[in-house]
Design a protein. Structure first.
Length: 95
C-alpha cells in the first residue's frame, strides 16, 4: 500500500507500507523532484542494462528525508507553513 500525505495540494510524504509489492519498477516521485524514490522487484539473476542518467540541473529548495523503520516506532508530525501540525502519524516496523 502507498500512502501520500498532502497539505494544500503539496506532497509532504510518501509512505510505502511493507505489504507493497509489484513486479518491475515503480517510481513514486514525480520527474521534477530532486530525489527519486522507487521500488524494484526483478527476477533472480536479472541484470540492469548499463545506462547513464542524463545531466539535469535542479534547484533544491528543501532538504528531503527518507526514513526506514527497522525497529520501534516513530511519531511523524507534518506542519503547514505557519508551523501548525496538519497531521501526525505513528509509523512502526512492519506497517
Amino acid at each position: 500500500m502507498i500512502q501520500q500525505i498532502t497539505h494544500n495540494d503539496r506532497l509532504l510524504s510518501i509512505i510505502i507500507r511493507r505489504n507493497f509489492e509489484k513486479n518491475g519498477i515503480e517510481f513514486f516521485t514525480p520527474d521534477d523532484f530532486s530525489q527519486q524514490l522507487a521500488y524494484m522487484k526483478r527476477p533472480k539473476d536479472y541484470v540492469i542494462p548499463p545506462h547513464v542518467h542524463n545531466a539535469v540541473v535542479r534547484e533544491v529548495q528543501f532538504t528531503k528525508e527518507v526514513l526506514f523503520i527497522k525497529s520501534g516506532k516513530v511519531r511523524v508530525d507534518f506542519y503547514d507553513d505557519d508551523k501548525t501540525i496538519s497531521k501526525a502519524l505513528f509509523l512502526k516496523r512492519g506497517m
